[in-house]
Write a protein that binds this ligand. Sequence first.
Ligand SMILES: C[S@@+](CC[C@H](N)C(=O)[O-])C[C@H]1O[C@@H](n2cnc3c(N)ncnc32)[C@H](O)[C@@H]1O
Length: 316
Amino acid sequence: MDRNRRQTRGKIPLISVSPPSGREPPEARSEHLVSKERLPPPMEITDQEFELFRRLLEDEIGIVLKHSEKTLVANRLRERVRELHLSSYFEYYRRITEGATRVSDLSDLADALTTRKTDFFRHLSQMESFRTEMVPRLVAKLRSGESSSINIWSAGCSTGEEPYTLAVLLQETVPFPLWPAFSILATDVSPAAIRTATEASYPRRKLGDVSSDILTRYFEPAAGDGTVKVRQAVRRMIMFREHNLKSGIWAFGQFDVTFCRNVLIYFSKMFQEELIARFYAHLKPGGYLYIGHSETLQNFANPFQFVEPMVYRRPG
Ligand SMILES: C[S@@+](CC[C@H](N)C(=O)[O-])C[C@H]1O[C@@H](n2cnc3c(N)ncnc32)[C@H](O)[C@@H]1O
């Protein structure tokens, strides 16, 4: 891998933005004016309405909103309220909680209010340690006959960059005949995120700091517009599914490794604790849990062994 290039991550601008010229062509200016005039006045969200959405989101998805996020919530929901020809956020709330379309409305809410920030090779040092320390252990498990398959879960996978990174790292490290023994389940509560992940097409600039060797071997040019698509051999390793961690139904078996990175941070302490216990139960003895760099299990009584920052092990 081209480590030097990756270590420059963050220093290379990923998107080049042309500086404003200060002058727009007259037709563009008049278009702005026309569309602004046609827009109805911005709809305000009341404190009571915000409180209803705040509770709904925490009860149904686990995400805790801060009061300072009131405007953000209004901005993200406004379009939907207008599309549905509703006159207030309260009417939208009632539609979600009482209407026949409750399930799809809740999915829309998850699409609107979740933070889906993610990246290929995010937390690079953690990914490197997965490749150099963890993957050889998983291969040894297969070779010794201790396991006949290795199951990895990317919980809160957003638009797919995390599980695709894992699949690329596996293909880089695991001997080819063992590839079929590895599978990744990638889940997220946001249907829009899962759609993007399944399509597997990304703007080339999202991979700006990945070596050209990795780019050529694991991605192919897609639409001729600077989009690249993850190659079929990588996609084949992953199954994407919509799944709400807050739901009581976790119809999965046990995993060798679970990634739940940059997800816990959005939840209440109580829900984090509950989730940690459930992740534990859904790991095989000796399995590993990877979390995000601003997350920790240290604040909870839990049965995991600390391995290194952001990595925990179920004893066994
Ligand atoms: C910031 S992204 C993290 C993506 C990826 N794990 C990473 O670290 O790059 C958080 C993701 O968690 C998902 N999420 C939030 N609440 C969830 C829930 N209750 N169940 C499943 N996914 C959830 C969001 O939809 C979002 O895609």
